[in-house]
Design a protein around this ligand. Structure first.
Ligand code: ADP
Ligand code: MG
Length: 313
């Protein structure tokens, strides 16, 4: 099967979207940004063996490739609109492509994101997605907006994906594996937090590493209470407390939102969580200085052996 046929297979499955004046098929797409809104753009690549285990189902790779990008848009408080897809495939495998699109387009449909273009080449399996969204000027959630004395919040639960990865060989419980393969981008929460939260980041490299980005950009420190980090029942069942804490604090691949807000906005944060149907937990406070300190139940500083996933690290 030729490259053209693969692209046509993709094109035939894309539903129309009113603001796509020209989608797949020409040298570039033509897109209409709504008046009075800023365009938000992000990109993320998934490489086999690094961002997903070799042997991951094609549909899960498709879902995750888009999910990690929608998560970045969510962390900006943006409403997703469009995406492009650059695929590097070892062979023109139609069955693989169809399954990949099943996962990719399932998530795209949930958020009415249109695939408007991309590139298809032969090479080691690699999936690169660029996502575009809109935000009202002045309302984007940046990493640098946190002040001292604010609450630090996190959505959902932490550590599930990291535990799934660690338990892969022995067969991770389905509930954990699902969190690794099909992360849920917190798009509705990000939208609801725009204009309320002061700073936000999505947790992709581990809570400590990503919260440190917020602290660095905002010029604040952070005190986090270990016992407040939210854990799923599946995680509690799968590993002991020490391991669980390490996965929650430093595991990564969570795609939850970590954000800050002044203490008096707690009610509004809880309201935003309620309308978006996701739980949020207050896990600590921003403080002066520049360090992220975690404390255990006895108030003692606690650190995992490893903080976050770093490429080239
Ligand atoms: P060009 O050589 O001009 O870059 P291509 O043959 O690469 O053209 O692409 C033809 C059209 O197909 C373009 O609109 C491009 O955006 C789209 N396209 C190519 N690969 C993909 C893909 N993997 N997903 C979505 N659209 C694609
Ligand atoms: Mg091209």
């Amino acid at each position: 099967m030729a490259e053209f046929d693969l692209i046509d297979r993709i094109r035939r499955r894309i539903p129309a979207r009113a603001d796509v004046a020209l989608g797949i098929g020409d040298d570039a797409a033509l897109l209409q940004v709504p008046a009075g809104r800023q365009l938000v753009v992000c990109a993320d690549t998934l490489n086999e063996g690094i961002h997903f285990p070799a042997g991951t189902a094609a549909a899960d790779i498709g879902w995750k490739a888009l999910a990690v990008n929608l998560s970045d848009l969510a962390a900006m408080g943006a409403e997703p609109a469009w995406c492009t897809l650059s695929l590097s495939l070892p062979a023109p495998d139609v069955a693989w492509l169809d399954a990949f699109l099943d996962g990719f387009l399932e998530l795209a449909a949930l958020h009415r994101v249109a695939l408007v273009g991309g590139d298809t080449t032969r090479g080691p399996l690699s999936v690169s997605v660029t996502a575009h969204g809109f935000v009202e000027p002045g309302r984007a959630l940046l990493r640098g907006g946190a002040g001292v004395g604010e609450d630090i919040w996190v959505s959902g639960t932490l550590g599930d994906a990291a535990a799934a990865l660690a338990l892969l060989e022995q067969g991770a419980p389905d509930a954990l594996r699902q969190r690794l393969d099909r992360p849920t981008p917190r798009v509705e929460l990000g939208r609801a937090l725009a204009g309320i939260a002061t700073a936000a980041v999505d947790v992709s490299d581990g809570l400590l590493a990503d919260l440190a980005h917020v602290c660095r950009a905002s010029g604040v420190g952070a005190e986090v209470e270990l016992d407040r980090l939210p854990a799923s029942a599946a995680l509690r069942d799968a590993v002991g407390p020490e391991q669980r804490r390490a996965f929650q604090a430093a595991g990564g691949d969570d795609y939850e939102l970590c954000f800050t807000a002044p203490v008096e906005r707690a009610r509004r944060i809880e309201g935003a969580a309620a309308v978006s149907g996701v739980a949020v937990a207050r896990i600590g406070r921003t403080v002066g200085g520049s360090h992220v300190v975690m404390r255990d139940g006895g108030g003692r500083p606690w650190a995992p052996d490893k903080t976050g996933y770093e490429h080239f690290g």
